[in-house]
Design a binder for this molecule. Sequence first.
Ligand SMILES: Nc1nc2c(c(=O)[nH]1)N[C@H]1C(S)=C(S)[C@@H](COP(=O)(O)OP(=O)(O)OC[C@H]3O[C@@H](n4cnc5c(=O)[nH]c(N)nc54)[C@H](O)[C@@H]3O)O[C@H]1N2
Ligand SMILES: Nc1nc2c(c(=O)[nH]1)N[C@H]1C(S)=C(S)[C@@H](COP(=O)(O)OP(=O)(O)OC[C@H]3O[C@@H](n4cnc5c(=O)[nH]c(N)nc54)[C@H](O)[C@@H]3O)O[C@H]1N2
Ligand SMILES: [Mo]
Length: 638
Amino acid sequence: MKVACQRDCLDGCFLILEGEGPEASVRGDPDHPVTKGFACPKALNFPRYYSSGRRVLYPHVRTENGFRRVSWDQALDLVASKLEEVMRDHGPQEVLVFNYSGNTGLINFNYPLRLAYALNAYRVQYTICDEAGELALELHYGMRYGAFPEDLEGAEMVVVWGANPASSSVHAYRILADLKVRGVPIWVIDPRRTRTSLLGNHVRVKPGTDSVLAAGISWYLINEIGVDGDFISEYTAGFEEYARHISKYTPELVEGVTGVPRRVVRELAEDYSRLKPSVTYIGVGMQKTKYGAEAVRVISLIPALVGVHRGFFFCNSSRDFDTAYLQGRHLGEDRRVNMLDVPSLLSSGRFKFLYVYNSNPAVTLPRSDLFREGMRREDLFSVVHDVMWTETAELADVVLPATGMFEQEDFVASWWHPYLAYSPKVWEPLGESRPNWWVVQRLAERLGIEAPELREDPIRAFEGAVRGSKMLRVPVEEVMRRGYVKLEYPPKDEYQTPSGRIEFVSSLARELGYSPLPSIGWEAGDRRYPFALITSSVPHRTSSQDSISPDEDTIHVSPEDAGRMGLRDGDPVILRSPWSEAVARVEIDGSLPAGVVWARRAAKFSKGAVNDLLRDDKQGIAGGNVLNSSRVNLIPLA
Ligand SMILES: Nc1nc2c(c(=O)[nH]1)N[C@H]1C(S)=C(S)[C@@H](COP(=O)(O)OP(=O)(O)OC[C@H]3O[C@@H](n4cnc5c(=O)[nH]c(N)nc54)[C@H](O)[C@@H]3O)O[C@H]1N2
Ligand SMILES: Nc1nc2c(c(=O)[nH]1)N[C@H]1C(S)=C(S)[C@@H](COP(=O)(O)OP(=O)(O)OC[C@H]3O[C@@H](n4cnc5c(=O)[nH]c(N)nc54)[C@H](O)[C@@H]3O)O[C@H]1N2
Ligand SMILES: [Mo]
């Protein structure tokens, strides 16, 4: 049985699944051009994970003494009547549908929003991941697609900038490891030493200063090494103004701000000039900083200086599918609230009805402590549809069981490679679990919503969304029959900006009210919170998923800081941010520089969670998050 992984991950694997239940086996499809016959540790664990005791098997309703199992009819009747009550007493502006990326199947992700639109309710603006960086690319390039896996395979040089594919994209890591064997230079820009940084020249930039480092590389190219004048005059606009802007970021200033010696900045600039085509693999991790999307702008413009068409990769999800149709946007008003604001809004009394699917915001949002506080409000009715008993589900008024990855059909597209895959239903749903679209259809019936979109068969809905696509050249039935097909992206040298060129000075930015030139910047440190707190992915988990037993994570501290503070492995410390505290055990970690502490994404400590401590303010662009610009103090507890 062949299935497509629906996790929010670049690799978008095509898997071979044998058997049903915990003993089933998973391997990568050897014929798939990117999966190439191997799977990551998460996928190998899927059969056990999806068969585990953490599954929500039946609908449950909260009572005074815990959850009580009810029938689907009872649960749906209750949810529909509460929803009607809130709509009548407070109006749709007090109803919030919160979803994100627990399942990235195009149907499972999008279809349920039809209910939100039909009600004129609020939905969320997706700002927790890479959206700000995506807009950053659009400002200068039109569409955001860049290098594909085959471009990476053919690169003469690779710069991995604030990403850790050894954890977050094992198929990209495999390509990098092969390139290293072939002697292709690899640069890795990351404050931490990682398995990826061991592949090449490791540049230990100070957290949050990447836009300045990118300006420094550009400075050398423009002022000393030379740029590709022919390319610049044929394919770009605004170079002179950009060059003047960059001239402020002198080697002295760049070295002082980023901590990277100017000799290294120059060497990297020389490699950019000498080794072509290169691919700069830009990380979401780096982008989650105060100037993260600005850094994406400057980094993405380096290839334009040396004459490489779209020589970057950040997110290839530019697709011409009619997502608006799949989401039913025509059914009502487009009311959105920035995800990052949801914890503070909920805890301050906003929204009376909350419907969560595909997400575990009680541990994945910044200020997750406020999210949990909000969920405890008496005047909030909350419904969580999830596969597992998560931290968010535990706080809900009604918990509904969702089908696991192999128990539902869907179409899956990657944000790295160009293949669209079909994943059939191959396991019987466990317990009474149901897919996302099924639940909203049943609610719509009960609410008397007439719109045929809320009765539409999900496969037909998907067909409606791809009917006009130029990228998908075959009928949906053929995707289902073949398993996966390659989407056709526009050529690399086509730029969909108003001028049809790479715009060093972005006209779209001007139109949207952003600075037409990248706003290069960095934040000063804060003595009261002397440690930069970085969180990132780990190989055996996707965000908050994949754990079968309860978590207790550690806070990683550099040997220098631990030595200075007299901390040993396992010692408890208070982690204090300007608004919240947690208690965690220390793990001394030689991969960290002094002044930086690390935990895995969505880590849970002996008291509190790492996300409680994180900043919820925004980047200048697209309301993007600044999770990795968070700061804490460490206070030994013993
Ligand atoms: N195994 C696994 N794979 C995943 C995921 C997962 O949870 N687990 N999540 C998926 C998702 S949703 C995403 S968005 C991607 C993310 O994948 P990546 O882009 O690789 O992101 P992260 O793993 O969060 O962080 C990568 C690196 O950014 C570094 N970093 C942090 N701050 C800075 C900085 O200021 N400057 C620089 N230069 N580097 C910095 C961190 O030290 C870390 O090593 O991975 C996807 N793949
Ligand atoms: N500290 C810190 N926090 C982070 C990040 C970080 O780097 N550091 N990264 C952020 C990023 S990049 C991302 S993308 C977000 C991800 O944040 P979330 O969207 O919350 O993602 P997950 O934790 O992967 O999973 C969400 C839930 O979806 C459920 N689910 C899976 N499949 C289905 C389904 O078919 N139906 C339903 N109804 N539910 C399903 C899972 O069981 C899980 O409970 O986390 C963000 N949070
Ligand atoms: Mo993400």
